[in-house]
Design a protein around this ligand. Structure first.
Ligand SMILES: Cc1cc2nc3c(=O)[nH]c(=O)nc-3n(C[C@H](O)[C@H](O)[C@H](O)COP(=O)(O)OP(=O)(O)OC[C@H]3O[C@@H](n4cnc5c(N)ncnc54)[C@H](O)[C@@H]3O)c2cc1C
Length: 334
């Protein structure tokens, strides 16, 4: 079934809680709906959303917004240790994790409590606590609006990187609609507890559910709950700088860092905190007092401009103090 609503209020479809509308809302629950939807929107302005948890609408959207309600889970035993799990793009990814942990399946437990849907998880290559969803994705199923055909991308074809995939490239954003994904999960996996303080939060020989609970506790202590405080999670990407720049900054202070391909990664949260932004407000927007990487809709009435002005002030001050350019992780939708 296809639901079409003109002049639709999408405040509840973006976790930032921006009060915005779109010209046309189209929600579908079968891949068979896509050919006719695609022929209607093809030459018009359109975008596909999931749970709207990585988006900042900068104003009303004068185009079509598509949303999938395809939410099934199918399981295929590959051997006595591995299963292939196929899910619809509209499934809440955290519901899938709950489902997997209940069945003692390993692979995605560290990604617990990340808001959003399965389709977007594959687009974004969501990551947390040392795990990225690309680690378990076998393939991503899409509808190609340009050729009017279904297409399956194997993991290697998705060009996965840090919060990045082939589906985020500008030329593909208006081309591929993710309809589902296939993942390989394991019955005899081991817990990945190497990141941060996760190890200290779980007992010996944990189950996937134990790890899920520990991740949930840690996240709840740092991150705003989307049900009560509007945000889109980490607002900025962690910058990768040259070794020379890192060494010059570290002459004055002890800089947290990770050596990565192409340079040195510095936590954006640390840079923002050093510039004194933690807990600061600007209009209805604020830098989250427990985690400065997150900009929140602190009073529930923040406008897109409040957020963008605060974003620009943060970028300017980090550039001025450290010579580092921050880039947003959150998609700014115009
Ligand atoms: C409190 C909070 C904590 C967060 N923590 C994390 C974290 O730890 N790690 C992390 O990686 N992210 C995190 N995020 C960011 C966010 O949850 C993820 O990016 C998530 O994958 C977004 O899912 P969504 O369904 O809300 O997608 P949306 O925000 O609706 O869309 C994201 C992108 O995917 C595209 N898209 C969505 N569905 C489809 C589809 N079916 N076909 C094609 N394109 C599609 C959209 O066009 C957009 O470009 C957090 C967000 C919040 C609010």
């Amino acid at each position: 079934m296809v639901i079409r609503i003109p002049d639709y209020d999408i405040t509840k479809h973006n976790t930032f809680g921006m009060t915005v509308k779109c010209n046309d809302w189209i929600e579908y629950d079968s891949i068979h709906d896509l050919p006719s939807i695609a022929s209607e929107i093809k030459d018009k302005k359109w975008m596909h959303i999931g749970g709207g948890s990585n988006l900042l609408f900068t104003g009303d959207y004068d185009g079509y917004i598509l949303h999938s309600r395809i939410a099934g889970i199918e399981v295929e035993m590959l051997d006595d240790r591995k299963v292939r799990v196929s899910v619809g793009a509209g499934l809440k990814f955290d519901d899938l994790i709950d489902w997997a942990c209940t069945r003692n399946l390993w692979g995605i437990e560290n990604l617990s409590d990340i808001p959003g849907e399965a389709g977007a998880a594959a687009v974004q290559n969501i990551g947390a606590y040392g795990v990225e969803v690309k680690d378990v994705i076998e393939s991503v199923e899409c509808y190609d609006v340009m050729t009017n055909a279904f297409r399956e991308f194997k993991n290697a074809e998705c060009a996965y990187g840090y919060r990045d995939s082939i589906f985020k490239r500008p030329e593909n954003r208006k081309r591929y609609i993710v309809t589902g994904l296939k993942m390989i999960l394991q019955y005899d996996g081991t817990a990945n507890l190497d990141y941060g303080n996760l190890k200290s939060e779980v007992a010996d020989n944990p189950t996937p559910s134990d790890v899920r609970s520990a991740v949930g506790r840690i996240r709840a202590s740092k991150l705003p709950a989307v049900e009560s405080v509007g945000s889109a999670g980490s607002f900025f990407k962690n910058p990768i700088v040259s070794r020379e720049l890192y060494e010059s900054i570290s002459q004055d202070c002890n800089v947290p860092h990770y050596d990565v391909e192409g340079g040195v990664k510095i936590p954006a949260a640390w840079l923002i905190e050093q510039c004194g932004w933690k807990g600061s407000t600007h209009g209805g927007a604020a830098v989250w007092h427990k985690q400065p990487l997150i900009i929140v809709n602190s009073d529930g009435h923040a406008t897109p401009n409040d957020v963008i002005e605060l974003e620009n002030k943060i970028i300017d001050s980090v550039r001025l103090r450290f010579g580092i350019e921050l880039h947003p992780e959150v998609d700014h939708v115009k």
